[in-house]
Ligand binder design. Structure first.
Ligand SMILES: Nc1ncnc2c1ncn2[C@@H]1O[C@H](COP(=O)(O)OP(=O)(O)OP(=O)(O)O)[C@@H](O)[C@H]1O
Length: 363
């Protein structure tokens, strides 16, 4: 079932939580709503669910206006961060619950309920836990059972609000991969709320980046990461270094060794450039467009080494990330003076051509 969100607005008192949100989610798609705390993700999810009404705008399910449709009739399933399973019921009974409370005429016979619950337990790979109580499960197991319970009533749309938010990093990672595989099997249209960039990029078909109640960008994980539409998206999707440079004749210039051409009548204008830590090379020799800096701190982090430097011209700190191999070859030391060469600069400044991406070759 496809979902269309058209010009949705929502205020709480005088505060505008959602500002003119329009978004299409295709049938069978897994979309992530990604953004910082308070940007309106949960409010949008609750409006899709029918738990909250928009002040204006509409929600269409499969092309039909569902804005005024009761939550009961929207056929949505939920999994929340703290979605409490019923503590006094076994795992089996928790999953069966949604089917058992149906009005008698719509309720499947007991034999069918048993078959269905057993199938779902196998699907979430926890059939051996059927007789346990929620208190006897790990956090990750509980969330998988919550998902099985949501799927029992065959929802047309699955809404997940930070479902793995309360779990530790390793379990979280395992579960999001598991969710992706499950989605590939079931193809239920799903909307997944998260504030974790990595989670959104890994799980979703499309990522909707929200900020202060507005959509900043909608795109595949690759599009939003490689071609961020705004400085906010760029900064939210990873670590970033900001360099203040100049634009001259449509070309970017940063660094003290990159002078303006002497014969040009044009005055350079200042511009801001964005560079990811892994897009900077550390050189021992000065070159065109390099920036002198001193190594303050070297920190191995798993497969990479994070190096913090201070610019010699006093214009702030820079963070560089090298692979272990790159680091081992160069053997940098704390306190050493080096020269930084950005391999790729990004700018959102329209005066720079070509705008995106601006390769170091253009410097
Ligand atoms: N019922 C409410 N009454 C008043 N303000 C609300 C209500 N619900 C949400 N808000 C406000 O609307 C804004 C968006 O809230 P929302 O819960 O949608 O954000 P979020 O992006 O999901 O944040 P988080 O990641 O912290 O859960 C916040 O500033 C919040 O305080």
């Amino acid at each position: 079932m496809s979902i269309e969100i058209k010009n949705v607005e929502k205020s709480f008192g005088g505060f505008k939580a959602l500002k003119n949100i329009s978004l299409d989610i295709g049938s069978g798609e897994l979309a992530a709503l990604l953004g910082p705390s308070g940007c309106g993700k949960t409010t949008l999810l609750r409006i899709i669910a029918g738990l909250e009404a928009p002040d204006s705008g509409s929600i269409l399910f499969h092309g039909e206006d569902a804005t005024d449709r009761h939550i009961r009739d929207r056929q949505v399933g939920f999994v929340f961060q703290h979605y409490a399973l019923f503590r006094h019921m076994t795992v089996f009974e928790n999953i069966a619950f949604g089917l058992r409370v149906r009005p008698r005429r719509q309720r499947p016979p007991e034999r069918e309920i048993r078959l269905k619950v057993n199938d779902l337990l196998k699907l979430v790979q926890l059939d051996w836990l059927a007789d346990r109580y929620p208190g006897q499960l790990s956090g990750g197991q509980r969330q998988r059972i919550a998902l099985a319970r949501a799927l029992a009533v065959e929802p047309k749309v699955l809404l997940l609000d930070e479902p793995f938010g309360a779990l530790d990093a390793k379990v979280r990672k395992d579960l999001r991969r598991w969710l992706r595989r499950l989605h590939d099997e079931l193809h239920v249209t799903s909307v997944f709320v998260t504030h974790d960039q990595e989670e959104a990029l890994e799980v979703a078909d499309r990522v909707v980046v929200l900020n202060e109640g507005r959509i900043e960008q909608i795109g595949t994980p690759d599009q939003v990461y490689e071609h961020p539409a705004t400085p906010f998206v760029y900064q939210f999707l990873g670590d970033v270094n900001l360099f203040h440079g100049r634009v001259h004749d449509g070309h970017a210039r940063i660094g003290e060794t990159d002078p303006e051409p002497a014969d040009s009548p044009e005055q350079p204008e200042s511009a801001v450039f964005y560079v990811r830590p892994h897009e900077i090379e550390i050189l021992r020799d000065r070159g065109v467009g390099t920036i002198a800096a001193r190594i303050n701190d070297i920190r191995p982090l798993g497969a990479t080494v994070r190096i913090e430097l201070e610019r010699i011209d006093g214009r702030g700190a820079v963070e560089v990330e090298l692979t272990r191999d790159q680091f081992a070859r160069k053997n940098f030391r704390e306190g050493e003076q080096v020269h930084l060469q950005p391999k790729r600069l990004r700018t959102f400044d329209a005066r720079v051509k070509p705008a995106d991406p601006l390769e170091a070759a253009n410097l």
